[in-house]
Design a protein around this ligand. Structure first.
Ligand SMILES: [Mn+2]
Length: 285
């Protein structure tokens, strides 16, 4: 199995590496384009092309450990196994980097974070979709309901960034629950490069990045691409701004659906993943 950045660095030991890359190739509820189960592998392969210097620092110096891919015969079992895997990472005081797979995987990761850190966590979500539906196609574990499930279980404050495909039920839920949102349109006017997290946000942050939050011109290889999304440097800058205000204790990158003719998307996802590691590294120094 190839591991993250294996072209350049050793697969660090689990108790030494700050970053634990956890492939989570779940694909059960996807509603439009298929192929996200192949996302984690494509990111690992593309990571071989990365420069170790991310332009500002050497994230790999903190150690990267890639685990075996999570498995499960169905979504429930998969989420349980992922939760256990993420909990193991947190038990070493290390940072889980979960590679999806459909967005539903965030629920497994967040359950582990919730169990360990309780209410001391806020959630920042980059996404084209709010993912706040009670259920979608009769499935409460749909990727279109994942943030709703996380919110119902954790009551963490949430800040959504880049949202531009949303239904009235979700707008209502946002209002009712005080969920913060920077829409794709709002983000593009300016453009907005940083946000201030509200005071109610606890000291710790979990970051979930649905790659469709990026504009579909730079990230078309995803199940449901939507125009009007975040640009590359804007995405990095927004993440940098939240990382400077709270401590990121874990993140995921989900919904890449690799396309043979769009290898650059695999690379974009791998680079985004490594750049986030760099942002975390610099925010801690
Ligand atoms: Mn999503």
């Amino acid at each position: 199995m190839s591991y993250f950045l294996s072209s350049e660095v050793e697969n660090s030991l689990e108790d030494e590496a700050l970053f634990h890359v956890i492939p989570a190739p779940l694909e059960d509820s996807v509603s439009y384009g298929k192929g996200t189960s192949l996302g984690p592998k494509a990111i690992l392969v593309a990571s071989q092309q990365l420069e170790v210097w991310d332009g500002e620092s050497l994230p790999c110096d903190l150690g990267i450990h890639t685990t075996a891919a999570v498995k499960g015969r169905n979504t429930v079992e998969f989420l349980d196994n992922l939760q256990e895997r993420v909990d193991r990472t947190l038990s070493f005081k290390k940072i889980p980097v979960v590679l999806g797979g459909e967005h539903t995987v965030s629920l497994g990761a967040c359950r582990a974070v919730l169990e360990r850190y309780g209410a001391h966590v806020g959630l920042v979500q980059i996404d084209a979709h709010a993912d706040l539906r009670y259920s979608y196609e009769n499935n409460q574990l749909s990727h279109a309901s994942v943030i709703r499930r996380i919110h119902e279980e954790s009551f963490w404050p949430i800040y959504q960034l880049g949202i531009r495909a949303i239904c009235p039920e979700e707008v209502e839920y946002q209002k009712e629950q005080g969920i913060h949102c920077l829409s794709g349109k709002e983000a593009s006017q300016g453009p907005v490069m940083d946000i201030t997290l509200p005071d109610e946000f606890p000291p710790l942050l979990y970051l979930t990045v649905d790659v469709d939050g990026l504009d579909s011109s730079i990230m078309p290889a995803t199940g449901t691409p939507v125009p009007g999304g975040l640009q590359w440097y804007q995405t990095l800058s927004l993440i940098e701004s939240v990382a400077s205000q709270r401590q990121i204790i874990g993140f995921d990158l989900v919904e890449l659906a690799p396309e043979k003719t769009m290898g650059y998307c695999d690379y974009t996802a791998a680079e985004l993943c490594y750049r986030i590691m760099g942002i975390i590294q610099r925010s801690r120094s």
